[in-house]
Ligand binder design. Structure first.
Ligand code: BMA
Length: 322
C-alpha cells in the first residue's frame, strides 16, 4: 500500500478550487493550468475546453493563491490558426517559466495540429498579451517546460516526444538551445518503465523543474494502462543542478494519485495532471487538473520533497540514450 502521497502532498480541504461553474462564459471544462507568481498575485493560465471540444487559455488571479479567483471575462490566449496553422485544433496544457536573464515569462504549450500535438512557445510580460515564438518541436511532442536558467550559455527544455517502436516509447527527453527557437543536443532523460509499474505506459513532466540547492526537483506524471482505462499519477525525480542531463534519483512509488471523487470521475476518469506550482516560504502550491474537468490544489513543503527525493533510489541510467 502506498501512503507516501499523504505525507508529501496535502489536498486543500475545499477542492476543487475552480470548476466550469466559476467561469464567466460558457465552456465544457477547466483543468490543466500553468502557474506563476506575478505582481503580488498567483496567476493560473487555465486550459479551458470550449463546447466544440477545443481548448484555449484563460487567466485566473488570486491574492492568496487559494480563494477569491478573478477570472478574465473572455479567453486570454486563443488559438490563432490563421497565422499559426498548427493551432487548428486548439492549445493545451501550458507550463510557465520565468527566465531570469530575460526578465520575462515564457509559456510552453501544446498546439494541437492536424499532424498531431506539438510544442509551441510564447512569451508574456503581463499575462494580458502574449507574443508567439511559434512551433519549436514537431509532432508528436508535448509536456514541455523550460528551465529558468541557462547551462553553459544554452537554454534547456524537457519534453515528451512519442516515437514509433513496438514497445512503449513515450519518455521524457531534454534538449538545449542558444536562442529558445532552435533546439538540439537531444538526449533521453527519464524512461517510462515497463511491465507492471505504475508509470509503464507513458510519462511526461508536470510543472517546470524546481531549483533547489540539492538539484532540480522534477515532478512527472506516469500513466498506467488498465483494462478499465488509464490512471495518471505523479512521481518525483532529482536532476543534477549543474548538469540536468544527469538523473540522480527517481521515486519507485508514485507520490500523488487520483483518490477523491473529483479526481476519479470526470471527462477522463482517474487523472491528476499538474502543469504548474507556486512556491512561497518553502510551501509548494501545486495546481492540477482533476479528471480533465476541474482544478485542484495540493501543498507540500519543498524541504520535504527534497528530503524524499534524496531517499529515492539512485538512477540506473548508464548512457545518453538510456
Ligand atoms: C494527456 C494530455 C492531458 C490530459 C491527459 C488525460 O495526454 O492530453 O491534457 O489531461 O492526457 O486525458
Amino acid at each position: 500500500m502506498n501512503n507516501t502521497f499523504k505525507e508529501l502532498f496535502q489536498r486543500y480541504s475545499r477542492n476543487p478550487i475552480l470548476t466550469v461553474n466559476d467561469w464567466p462564459y460558457p465552456a465544457n471544462s477547466v483543468f490543466n493550468c500553468g502557474a506563476a507568481y506575478f505582481d503580488g498575485e498567483t496567476i493560473l493560465l487555465v486550459r479551458v475546453e470550449d463546447l466544440r471540444g477545443m481548448s484555449h487559455l484563460t487567466v485566473a488571479r488570486s491574492q492568496n493563491g487559494v480563494t477569491s479567483w478573478q477570472i478574465d471575462q473572455k479567453p486570454t490566449f486563443l488559438p490563432d490558426p490563421i497565422h499559426y496553422s498548427e493551432e487548428i485544433w486548439g492549445i493545451e496544457d501550458p507550463r510557465i517559466t520565468y527566465l531570469d536573464p530575460l526578465k520575462e515569462y515564457f509559456v510552453t504549450y501544446t498546439a494541437y495540429s492536424n499532424m498531431g500535438p506539438l510544442v509551441s512557445l510564447a512569451r508574456t510580460e503581463d499575462f494580458i498579451t502574449f507574443q508567439r515564438l511559434g512551433a519549436v518541436l514537431p509532432p508528436e511532442d508535448k509536456d514541455a517546460a523550460l528551465f529558468p536558467v541557462q547551462f553553459n550559455g544554452r537554454w534547456a527544455m524537457l519534453h515528451r516526444p512519442v516515437i514509433q517502436t513496438p514497445a512503449s516509447a513515450a519518455h521524457v527527453w531534454i534538449a538545449f538551445s542558444p536562442d529558445l527557437i532552435h533546439w538540439g543536443e537531444h538526449s533521453l532523460l527519464i524512461r517510462a518503465r515497463e511491465g507492471g509499474w505504475w508509470d509503464a505506459y507513458k510519462i511526461g513532466i508536470s510543472p517546470p523543474p524546481i531549483q533547489t540547492s540539492h538539484g532540480w526537483i522534477v515532478l512527472y506524471h506516469g500513466v498506467r494502462k488498465t483494462g478499465g482505462g488509464v490512471i495518471y499519477r505523479l512521481g518525483i525525480v532529482l536532476l543534477d543542478l549543474d548538469d540536468p542531463t544527469r538523473v540522480l534519483r527517481r521515486s519507485d512509488e508514485w507520490i500523488f494519485g487520483p483518490r477523491e471523487h473529483y479526481e476519479r470521475e470526470g471527462d477522463v476518469d482517474d487523472v491528476v495532471f499538474p502543469c504548474g506550482c507556486v512556491i512561497e516560504n518553502n510551501q509548494v502550491r501545486l495546481y492540477y487538473g482533476c479528471a480533465d474537468t476541474c482544478i485542484g490544489l495540493a501543498t507540500a513543503e519543498l524541504d520535504e520533497l527534497v528530503r524524499y527525493s534524496l531517499s529515492c533510489p539512485e538512477s540506473k541510467r548508464s548512457s545518453r540514450w538510456g
